[in-house]
Design a protein around this ligand. Structure first.
Ligand code: SF4
Length: 367
């Protein structure tokens, strides 16, 4: 079973070593950052930069690009130079691309110790090159590509096996005085993954990159990631996160940001407090909540908007929010900062809420 761990408030984050991924600090109490990975061919520089621009606009702070071929390695310098956010090169199998990525000015390099052949022999040279340029290395262990030696020892990718692989690779770098490292130990099973990160957190002070690997399509992957990352982050474990979904990477970023906002690790932007509706509802709550969400999409200020179906909890929740509506009898009472400012017919609820939200946002921006 899982080890007994005391429940700690989120404010007590595990104190990790700090590394700098370009301008983004990871660990050492820095805010937890959200990252994603491009799905374009990295050698297609235009398409990759376009996707990075979309990711940047959605709030992504660090982006990783795959580097399976020499053409991809050749594209790294331009991508790293033109990207608005730090670029991490993701290297499997070929140590020579690690050197290429460092030379290309990538903000960091991810290596997978399980599948870089003769990786151990190359660690000294990698550590030297990375030290010279100040390039951090992520040791990214993945259940699907665990080092054969550990697979033989443990029989399968247990949490202990993942941790041992990561710490073994870290020790090889440490032998060369290199500590500019962050670690991930990903598994597709949230229970194994959570257990692995807990063990890892207790055994080293490196910053940790959290992720559930191969989490699945958007719905399942979102739940798995939210559960696993939520458990770890609420114990203070985790310095940067990547949500993996079989869906466009912008969706990963949205989920990652929501996870951090839900845990109070990042200031909320728009929050819709809407009721689930029930037999008492006097308006179509789902439609109303969707329309208000769509109408306020992209709002940057922290705003809590209550959308309530009837007068039972409606006025109470609407009063607690910055802005809200409590519906009843084909009308909506519109609340701003706890006061009813007007009552409008049902057909005008959405536009009135959006109007009032814009006014509040403008005021907040002035303050
Ligand atoms: Fe039902 Fe009213 Fe509560 Fe919504 S606010 S769930 S409609 S009782």
């Amino acid at each position: 079973g899982l080890p007994e761990l005391p429940v700690r408030p989120i404010s007590e984050r595990r104190l990790s070593r700090r590394i700098e991924v370009g301008p983004v600090a990871v660990g050492g109490g820095a805010p937890v950052s959200v990252q994603s990975m491009t799905t374009t061919r990295t050698s297609d520089i235009g398409a990759t930069l376009q996707q990075i621009a979309e990711l940047t606009a959605s709030g992504c702070q660090i982006v990783r690009v795959a580097c399976p071929t020499q053409d991809d390695a050749d594209a790294l310098a331009t991508i790293a130079r033109k990207s608005q956010i730090p670029v991490i090169a993701d290297i499997h199998f070929q140590p020579k691309y690690v050197f290429a990525a460092i030379d290309a000015g990538c903000a960091a390099v991810r290596v997978n110790p399980g599948n870089i052949k003769q990786f151990d022999d190359k660690v000294r040279d990698i550590a030297l090159a990375a030290s010279r340029t100040g390039t951090p290395i992520r040791i990214g262990v993945n259940a699907g590509s665990l080092d054969g030696r550990l697979l033989a020892k443990y029989g399968k990718a247990t949490s202990e096996a993942l941790v041992e692989s990561a710490l073994w690779e870290a020790s090889l770098f440490e032998e060369h005085g290199f500590h500019d490292i962050k670690i991930s130990v990903k598994h597709n099973d949230p229970v194994v993954m959570v257990n692995a990160y807990r063990q890892l957190a207790a055994q080293c002070d490196y910053p940790l990159h959290l992720g559930v690997t191969e989490a699945g399509p958007a719905f399942q992957g979102t739940i798995k990631s939210a559960v696993a990352l939520g458990a770890l982050l609420s114990e203070g474990i985790g310095d940067t996160i990547r949500v993996s979904l079989s869906a466009p990477p912008v969706e990963e970023v949205k989920v990652g940001i929501q996870i951090l906002e839900s845990l109070g690790l990042r200031q909320r932007r728009l929050e819709i407090v809407s009721c689930p509706s029930c037999g008492r509802a006097q308006v179509d709550v789902y439609k109303l909540a969707d329309e208000v969400t769509a109408g306020l999409d992209g709002m940057e200020v922290p705003l809590r908007v209550a959308v309530m179906g009837c007068v039972v909890n409606g006025p109470g929740e609407a009063r607690e929010a910055d802005l809200g509506v409590a519906s009843g009898n084909g009308k909506g009472q519109i609340f701003v900062k706890g006061e009813v400012i007007k009552t409008v017919p049902e057909s005008r609820i959405v536009e009135t809420l959006i109007e009032e939200a814009m006014k509040i946002a403008a005021q907040m921006a002035d303050d």
